[in-house]
Design a protein around this ligand. Structure first.
Ligand code: A2P
Length: 276
């Protein structure tokens, strides 16, 4: 396993020269398969926590090569943050993984997506279910004051193959818990509301297993000391690989939750974690 590596640059940020470009301000390599980076934010960009935008690099043919990426930073942050997989032969991420502070990335400032508070009806408790880089939209929502204003309980589950893949999320949760300014911003009492449930499936860790199996067995309720999922009180957002999304969606439907959308809010929403 590789150690996380943080790359930043203290020199002044230069103005971008390409259309729709932003400047990378820092890069963190979490494992040999995962990295995150921060960049400048267009002054005009407004988004709702949980939404995604198209980002990418200029291709060798002079055309932009773009993919959908969830914005991992909260809407109040003056920079933008993204969390990405590295695919060695992936058209975009094979190049994107080498970006450095000061480099330009292209960003189309048209945020969209279904993992937004507006797509859910009011409830008492919200579950954020993620696998792998599907954690990204929740990194935004977990730093959004509305999340704690709308719900009495906020539960984030993150299932990855290996322990190192949990690190980005783990540090983010630690950061939320320790950062007093953030605590003030996102509201009093959030410490008691936020519950974090990381699990691994292919490397030994404190809690092993797919979250779907841990819900079925009741482990997750027992471990967190919470009541089972019920449509009257629970709302959920799902973001991960396709098989996980489909399986969890079917389970939530079985529990009586209905899928919501921006145009018709309901009890849960789902979005694919975008892969190269
Ligand atoms: P597993 O290792 O048992 O396949 P990936 O890296 O392939 O996107 O997977 C991320 C995590 O999602 C892995 O821990 C994987 O578990 C888990 N996962 C894959 N499919 C499902 C599913 N249908 N339900 C729940 N978890 C799943």
């Amino acid at each position: 396993m590789t150690e996380p590596r943080h790359v930043t640059d203290a020199s002044p940020i230069k103005a971008p020269t390409l259309p729709d470009a932003q400047i990378v301000t820092s890069v963190d390599h979490w494992t040999d398969r995962l990295f995150s980076f921060r960049c400048t934010r267009p002054a005009s960009l407004r988004f709702r926590s949980g939404e995604f935008v198209m980002i990418g690099l200029m291709g060798d043919n002079g055309k932009p090569l773009l993919r959908a990426y969830s914005i991992a930073s909260p809407s109040w942050d003056e920079e933008l943050e993204f969390y990405s997989i590295k695919v060695q032969d992936g058209p975009l991420t094979s190049k994107l993984q080498h970006i450095q502070p000061g480099d330009q990335i292209i960003l189309r400032p048209k945020p969209v997506g279904t993992l937004v508070h507006d797509a859910l009806l009011p409830g008492r408790r919200i579950w954020f279910f993620a696998t792998g880089t599907g954690f990204a939209p929740f990194a935004s929502l977990l730093r959004d004051p509305q999340t704690y204003a709308d719900y009495d309980e906020v539960i984030i589950t993150h299932t990855c193959r290996e322990v190192g893949e949990l690190e980005y999320g783990r540090r983010l949760i630690d950061g939320i818990r320790q950062d007093e300014m953030l605590a003030e911003l996102i509201g009093e009492g959030f410490h008691e509301k936020l519950k974090y449930y990381p699990t691994t499936t292919r490397e030994q860790s404190a809690k092993m297993g797919r979250i779907t199996d841990l819900i079925r067995s009741g482990d997750v309720y027992a471990d967190l000391g919470v009541d089972p999922i019920h449509p009257d009180r629970d709302r959920a957002m799902i973001c991960g690989n396709l098989a996980f999304n489909l399986e969890l969606k079917a389970m939530l439907e079985e529990f009586g939750l209905e899928e919501g959308a921006n145009s018709k809010p309901a009890q849960y929403v789902v979005e694919k974690a975008f892969l190269d």
